[in-house]
Ligand binder design. Structure first.
Ligand code: COA
Ligand code: AMP
Length: 629
């Protein structure tokens, strides 16, 4: 069946569509129906089913006789390590680690935080939690102690699993001081921590709290899979909102299993035994869905890559990995391709490798700009597929489902809505807009299986953040339009979230940090266009009266404060001191207008502006920083 027929079959009978997809999952007890809509606006999928995600991702492939198939390929150009782990070996490692967690009192429903770099042990830890019904929450390694502490307090984990360090090009990032700092800052204390010791920077263990990974699992009896209910959470993943308090997105077991498995075949065209590579990080949703769970549930081989697209050691690394392991589909963010293109515009590295195994390139995390799309298409000669989704949904809202049918690609569009998603464009008044008109992109409730049912311990925040503006719809936070053929165009965010190198960051969170500096009276952070990272943050600081110190000194302190409090991933490196911030008469800072000035776009003087002269001052300050670029 082609895309239109599949989409229509879902529209005609959503329950039947998802119950059919659910047949591909091995249930302990199959669901009696797909959607449970008795408690709107909270919707659940396959709620009365009984299942185990780890069983579906690991055990069943071994039981089916495919234990010798490679489950995980580990390739780490930053350390020189390479390894292949078969499904049988993975089962052994996961069940042993799960047994060790059980021995230390971790059981169904307990939370476990995982703070690890791109090593196979990160997947082992995730799957071990899934095996015993514990709820994991992976925190990206580029976040600082303070961010980790916020997540510890919200998730209240029984245990934290961390590595002694991560390896970034040119520097080893010791995780242990960050972990210790976070536990010190947090009100909640975990019972214990498991530390994976890495040779580059082994950690000194804290007595009575830390256990080294090897000895932890050595004595354990392997654990069997613990049956959970369909709606029991598999994991919590925190994502940026408009404030410094991240939102804990909940992912229930059953809907996630069904949706991811459907997507592996229908969107990515991946079969059991194929090699699939998502070049992202386990700390992001892409890493959860398409480094760990999706490929393994499908019985394919996943690549865990610890490196960067350039500089580890060169702009040919991606091509080397694809050729060496026979990768069939690559998934990454456009920024990675911009990085490669910048270093190797002619694609000379590309020509050194036989990439005939690679059938499709998938891009997401930010809009694929036309230059990047054309460059990738020209140089690689394969379909380049932009697709759009977010942490909350866990899988694509819109895509070009090459596994079903390769639809015509339209530049600048992630193509069409996937089954399960009824995507509409609404005006401020909540009325649906005609094709071509820009508005808020919303999804008619209920969202499909695999998406968030609510936020961790925050039902009201879930309603306030996503459901309150348009009755009966989920607000994606993105603005854009649909064309006559139903292709979507995602143009910007409607909130204070910015997208830096495919990473979603909150300008509100950065402003909270800047405002905590003793000399800063007021501040604003905007995202400005960047040719490599898509956007980078830029800060404006208004100082307290009477501050005599040089502005440069304060700017430097503020930059390191954001790095210390949020982490290097914020990439906050540009700020300036200004006398005043432009505001509306009601006191709202005009961030949108400042962004347009910085990006050199046309802008209109807002009718509600309090003092137009301030925008001239902002324009001068931006020019001094080199903006518009
Ligand atoms: N642990 C510690 N620090 C980390 C980290 C981690 N796991 N990941 C990133 N950082 C640090 C980097 O070292 C860098 O620090 P610096 O300011 O000292 O240089 C900072 O955080 C910013 O990192 P990043 O945004 O990755 O920038 P970069 O300049 O190192 O690399 C790209 C730029 C484009 C090459 C890189 O972002 C990339 O490969 N992106 C791929 C896309 C991706 O993974 N997207 C996720 C969603 S699909
Ligand atoms: P995250 O939750 O970190 O995955 O970020 C999700 C957000 O990234 C979306 O809401 C969009 O703003 C943006 N995004 C992700 N993929 C795309 C895409 N293909 N096109 C445009 N924006 C995207």
């Amino acid at each position: 069946m082609g895309y239109q027929e599949v989409y229509q079959s879902w529209k005609d009978d959503p329950n039947g569509f998802w119950m059919e997809a659910a047949k591909a999952i091995d249930w302990v007890k199959p669901p009696s129906k797909a959607l449970f809509d008795e408690n709107p606006p909270f919707y659940e999928w396959f709620k009365d089913a009984e299942v185990n995600t780890c069983y579906n991702a690991v055990d069943r492939h071994v039981l089916a006789g495919n234990g010798a198939r490679v489950a995980i390929i580990y390739d780490s150009p930053v350390t020189g390590a390479k390894a292949k782990i078969t499904y049988s070996e993975l089962l052994d490692r996961v069940s042993r680690f799960a047994g060790a967690l059980q021995d230390r009192g971790v059981s169904k429903g307990d939370r476990v935080i995982i703070y690890m770099p791109m090593v196979p042990e990160a997947l082992v830890a995730m799957l071990a939690c899934a095996r015993i019904g514990a709820i994991h929450s992976v925190v990206f390694g580029g976040f600082a102690a303070n961010e980790l502490a916020t997540r510890i307090d919200d998730a209240a984990p029984k245990a934290i699993i961390a590595a002694s360090c991560g390896v970034e090009p040119g520097r080893v990032v010791a995780y242990k001081p960050l972990l210790d700092g976070a536990i010190e800052l947090a009100a909640h204390k975990p019972d214990f921590c498991v530390i994976l010791q890495r040779d580059m920077a082994p950690a000194t263990l804290t007595p009575d709290r830390d256990i080294d990974w090897e000895s932890f699992k050595a004595a354990a009896t392997p654990a069997e899979c613990v049956t959970v209910r369909g709606d029991d959470p598999l994991y919590i993943l925190y994502t940026s909102g408009t404030t410094g308090q991240p939102k804990g997105v909940i992912r229930p077991n059953a809907g996630h299993l069904v949706a991811l498995l459907w997507s592996m075949k229908s969107i990515y065209g991946i079969n059991p035994g194929d090699v699939y590579w998502a070049a992202s990080d386990v700390g992001w949703v892409v890493g959860h869905s398409y480094i760990c769970y999706g490929p393994l549930i499908q019985g394919s081989t996943t690549v865990v890559f610890e490196g960067k697209p350039v500089g580890t050691p060169d702009a040919g690394t991606f091509w080397r990995v694809i050729a060496e392991y026979g990768v069939k589909a690559l998934f990454t963010a456009p920024t990675a391709f911009r990085a490669i293109k910048r270093v190797d515009p002619e694609g000379e590295f590309l020509r050194k490798y036989d990439l005939s195994c690679l059938k499709t390139l998938f891009l997401a995390g930010e809009r694929t700009d036309p230059d990047t799309l054309h460059w990738a298409e020209d140089k690689m000669g394969i379909p380049v597929i932009d697709h759009w989704w977010q942490t909350e949904t866990g899988w694509a809202i819109a895509a070009n489902p090459v596994g079903l049918e390769h639809l015509p690609v339209k530049v600048g569009s992630p193509s069409v809505a996937m089954p399960g998603y009824d995507v509409r464009i609404l005006g401020d008044d909540g009325v649906e807009l005609p094709a071509g008109e820009l508005g808020a992109i919303v999804i008619k409730l209920p969202l499909p299986p695999g998406t968030l049912p609510t936020l961790w311990n925050a039902d009201q925040r879930y309603k306030d953040s996503y459901l309150s503006r348009f009755d009966g719809y989920y607000e994606t936070g993105d603005a854009g339009y649909k064309d006559q053929d139903g292709y979507l165009y995602i143009m910007s965010r409607t909130d204070d979230v910015i997208n830096v190198a495919g990473h979603r960051l909150s300008t509100g969170a950065m402003e909270e940090v800047l405002a905590s500096h003793k000399d800063v009276a007021e501040c604003a952070v905007i995202g400005v266009a960047d040719s490599l990272k898509g956007q980078v943050p830029l800060g404006f600081l208004c100082l307290n009266s009477g501050v005599e110190r040089p502005g440069d000194e304060i700017v430097a302190e503020c930059i390191s404060l954001v790095r210390d409090k949020i982490g290097p991933v914020a990439a906050f490196k540009i700020a300036c001191v200004v006398e005043r911030l432009p505001k509306t008469r009601s006191g709202k800072i005009l961030r949108g207008t400042m962004t347009k000035i910085a990006d050199g776009e046309n802008w209109k003087m807002p009718a509600t502006i309090d003092d137009p002269a301030i925008l001239d001052e902002i324009s001068d300050a931006l020019q001094a920083l080199g903006y518009p670029a």
